[in-house]
Design a binder for this molecule. Structure first.
Ligand code: PMP
Length: 441
């Protein structure tokens, strides 16, 4: 197990009490507060491979993986070595560095539709910039998003946004002006007819359609075969851009993300991609990229402004480069196999305990939706209608047994290339009691 540096105060309870007095809800990102599952959040102090250790020295098998970035496992030796080496050269220069192009090249080698890339620090910045760029490029105002898709906390995309808003049952966010909200058309996911209709009515004023490459913020939802391809066709026919948000799926569902499993085979490419999470391997890195003529609309070449003091930070670039290099075919094969095994084991345990459910899957991402076996979950309405109350006792039983699941039913379960047999056995051993707890809810 990992070495734990002593912290004071040291219990999760005391740490949460202190944090609540200092920060809204005691957290710097809402879902961390355990709002929908209740109880005291665990304060983490170290992580290695598939394990994460809290302030009390308890070790858990980690199925959050920092919400995606830890694809190659926590504290991967190559990634830590690259970061240590970069740190020794200084933390930030506010000038161009060689590593930026190195990371951009690795992205383009994997995703050939990316002809230019701009690094930013968070997924929110990536999607925010992509939207601004689409508006600047097309000279149009409206943006289509899908209910249940989360693209970060930019004003215009917080309506029916999944993620923490789904967890907290919020329809949108206070503080977003009506004028901003009116420029986003929210449509039901997986509904091509609704998209055709919106374009028939507003086509001349639609700048972009933004969609998660595969939704994973209302739980996981599989895009119907041909759905993303239809979005690509409809946007092209109407002079609008398709923004494929791969912040979560990018470099995780495969070397070329979810696009690699779909568009690469079906022959469509979005105009813009957004990336985050794995691209920085746990450091604050995100990016947008795509068509050269569109990307070159960004300053300094074009009229759409975007900038960042810490963009392309050398430590963050080093972590990203090392992570993508460590994300070998073997890592993807492991994550794919572990995902298939684990989802089957979860399903079997729930079935044994008599808990109605469906396994929601998109590539190697999956989540469990309770009470949905009759239809499965294809959109946000169905995701919200599930028996989400069964997740709370399930989650806490797993936590008791040393397995750290996402503290919300509306999130995907994340695996890594470091989840070995020993880690998986610990999860499997925990499942029957958790399934029983879900059944008794
Ligand atoms: N897009 C998607 C699909 C995401 O899952 C997320 C974060 N979970 C974001 C955008 C926003 O990224 P960040 O939290 O880095 O702002």
């Amino acid at each position: 197990s990992s070495p734990v540096s002593p912290v004071s105060p040291s219990s999760n309870e005391e740490l949460f009490d202190r944090a609540r007095a200092l920060m809204p809800g005691g957290v710097n990102s809402p879902v961390r507060a355990f709002g929908s599952v209740g109880g005291t959040p665990k304060f983490m102090v170290s992580a290695k491979g598939p394990y994460i250790t809290d302030s009390e020295g308890r070790e858990y098998v980690d199925l959050v993986c920092s919400w995606g970035p830890a694809l190659v496992g926590h504290s991967h030796p190559d990634v830590l070595a690259a970061v240590h080496a970069a740190v020794d050269n200084g933390l930030s220069f506010g000038a161009s560095t060689p590593a930026e192009a190195e990371l951009a090249q690795l992205v383009m080698d994997r995703v050939p539709g990316v002809k230019r890339l701009r690094m930013v620090s968070t997924g929110t910045e990536a999607t925010m910039t992509a939207i601004r760029l689409a508006r600047g490029y097309t000279g149009r105002n409206l943006v289509i998003k899908f209910a249940g898709c989360y693209h970060g906390h930019l004003d215009g995309l917080l309506a029916s946004a999944g993620s923490g808003l789904a967890t907290l049952a919020l329809p949108g966010s206070a503080g977003v002006t009506e004028a901003t909200a009116a420029e986003t058309l929210v449509l039901p996911y997986n509904d091509v007819d609704a998209v055709e209709k919106a374009f028939a009515e507003h086509g001349a004023n639609i700048a972009a359609v933004i969609t998660e490459a595969a939704p994973a913020n209302m739980g996981v939802v599989t895009p119907e075969p041909g759905f993303n391809a239809a979005l690509s066709r409809i946007t092209a026919e109407n002079g609008a851009l398709l923004i494929l948000d791969e912040v979560l799926t990018g470099f995780r569902t495969g070397p070329a993300g979810y696009w690699g499993l779909t568009g690469a085979k079906e022959g469509w490419t979005p105009d813009l991609f957004t990336f985050g999470k794995v691209i920085g391997g746990g450091m604050p890195v995100a990016a947008l990229g795509g068509r050269a003529d569109v990307m070159d609309y960004l300053a300094p070449l074009g009229p759409v402004y975007q900038a960042g003091t810490l963009s392309g930070n050398p430590i963050a670039m080093a972590a990203g480069v090392a992570t993508l290099k460590a994300a070998t075919a073997e890592v993807y094969a492991t994550v794919d196999a572990r995902s298939a095994e684990l989802s089957a084991a979860v399903s079997a345990a729930l079935t044994d305990a008599g808990v109605d459910h469906s396994i929601q899957r998109a590539g190697n991402l999956f989540s469990v939706a309770f009470g949905t076996s009759d239809t499965g979950v294809h959109n946000y309405e169905q995701a919200q209608a599930q028996e989400s109350f069964r997740y709370k006792p399930f989650f806490h039983s797993m936590l008791e047994s040393g397995v750290y699941l996402p503290p919300s039913v509306f999130e995907a379960w994340f695996l890594s290339g470091a989840h070995d047999d020993a880690a998986m056995e610990r999860i499997y051993a925990a499942l029957p009691a958790a399934a029983k707890a879900a059944a008794d809810a």
